[in-house]
Design a protein around this ligand. Structure first.
Ligand code: DSN
Length: 422
């Protein structure tokens, strides 16, 4: 245990401190490929662990229900201004606790229970909160779902238009959690306009790419932008809703008092720092490197005989269909974990298997890019993945151990932001 890093925690609760220390070692030594994860900077970590924890602040800057807001107001206003500047939007609300509450606030702002809402089906790459059945958004609202084409793995915008015109949804969500390709916000905008729907871009996965100019921006095309702050954007675990001025009141009212109580001010501070970092030239380089790494990794995986949904990637994410490898996604994901490579099992479009035991694994390059790996390392990363999947098929634990040692060795040379190299 590195007691000097968390001296008070180590003294008060050594058991808990030991778990945190073990997590630090795990994050330092492994190759983290979950596309929704990242490493925050030391500055974001510090801001997230401050005395701002101690303050209640229901309301918004200048309009609070508690006194003593002299500093909190400035922090939240700074985060809001930075979000508006970075994403080119009229209005930003930085209080949603995370992505799902942010999306629920959108429903509260624009829809009534029972209304039809449209989003990408979860097994096709959407998100639970885009009207999928097991979510409140699919049981309190009438969710209709679009997908991708079986032959291309791409969204068929003509089919989405036809469905939207037939269903006339109140809300249309674009974006998702397993989409390796660029989202055409202009195409969705024209569909939403024809269908008379409010268009929401859930850019949680790609917010950092948008901020860094490595993915087109939804600003100017959509009514509302919903995003978490902790994925490619590299902030603390939180979320933001951004919109045109005409929707500002409805969004703010839905977040508070509609859904939430006091904002998590320590998170707001962390978001403000992350937005500041995302406005720097180094972040533009990072965002483009994330995409360059993903494209390089996809190219080598294809060469190594992997089947990738949509045939590759335009962003940070690669969805590997393991059907042809005779190794289910979960078995592969667990084998990779034992090899020090952290991924998640994932459905692939039209998956014949169940969501908890699907055919695919989902990988991405944000974390490894934050550690400084470049395209020249991607053949090695692809080689580890190929060898680990092969070892999983053969039940070869020794091979997984060899890969783990190689991974630990390489990662030692690339210190993770915010972490001591343990
Ligand atoms: N859990 C997130 C992801 O991994 O993509 C989505 O909310």
């Amino acid at each position: 245990m590195n007691a000097s890093r968390h001296p008070a925690l180590s003294a008060t609760d050594p058991e808990l401190a030991s778990f945190v220390a073990a997590e630090e070692v795990l994050q330092a030594q492994t190759l983290r490929l979950i596309p929704s994860e990242n490493y925050v900077s030391a500055a974001v970590l510090e801001a997230s662990g401050t005395v701002l924890q101690n303050k209640y602040s229901e309301g918004y800057p200048g309009r609070r229900y508690y006194e003593g807001q002299q500093n909190i107001d400035r922090i939240e206003a700074l985060a809001v201004e930075r979000a508006k500047g970075l994403f080119g939007v009229d209005h930003a609300n930085v209080q949603p606790y995370s992505g799902s509450p942010a999306n629920l606030a959108v429903y509260l702002a624009f829809a009534q229970p029972g209304d039809t809402v449209m989003g990408m089906a979860l097994p096709m790459g959407g998100h639970l909160t885009h009207g999928w059945g097991v979510s409140a958004t699919g049981s309190w609202f009438r969710g209709v779902q679009y997908g991708v084409r079986a032959d291309t793995g791409l969204i068929d915008y003509d089919a989405v238009r036809e469905q939207a015109l037939a269903e006339r949804p109140r809300l249309i969500f674009c974006g998702g959690t397993a989409l390796p390709r660029t989202i055409d916000f202009a195409a969705f905008a024209s569909i939403a306009q024809e269908a008379g729907a409010v268009l929401v871009a859930d850019v949680a996965h790609i917010a950092g790419l948008i901020a860094g100019g490595a993915h087109p921006s939804p600003a100017g095309h959509v009514d509302v932008v919903s995003t978490t702050t902790h994925k490619t954007l590299r902030g603390p675990r939180g979320a933001m809703l951004m919109c045109r001025e005409e929707h500002a009141k409805a969004i703010d009212k839905a977040v508070f008092p509609g859904l939430q109580g006091g904002p998590h001010n320590q998170t707001t501070a962390g978001i403000a720092v992350a937005l500041h970092e995302a406005a720097q030239p180094s972040f533009v380089r990072y965002a483009h490197a994330v995409v360059a790494n993903a494209k390089a990794l996809a190219a080598v995986l294809l060469e190594r005989g992997f089947d990738l949904v949509s045939g590759g990637t335009d962003n940070h994410l690669i969805l590997i269909d393991l059907t042809g490898k005779d190794v289910p996604g979960k078995v592969a994901a667990k084998a990779l974990d034992r090899a020090g490579i952290v991924v998640n099992h994932n459905t692939v479009p039209f998956d014949p298997r169940k969501p908890f035991d699907p055919s695919g694994i989902r990988i991405g390059t944000p974390s490894l890019t934050s550690r400084g790996l470049t395209a020249e390392h991607m053949p090695l990363v692809a080689d580890w993945i190929a060898r680990a999947v092969d070892a999983a098929a053969k039940g070869d634990e020794q091979a997984l151990g060899v890969i783990r040692a190689e991974v630990t060795d390489l990662m030692a040379a690339f210190p993770a932001p915010g972490l001591p190299l343990s």
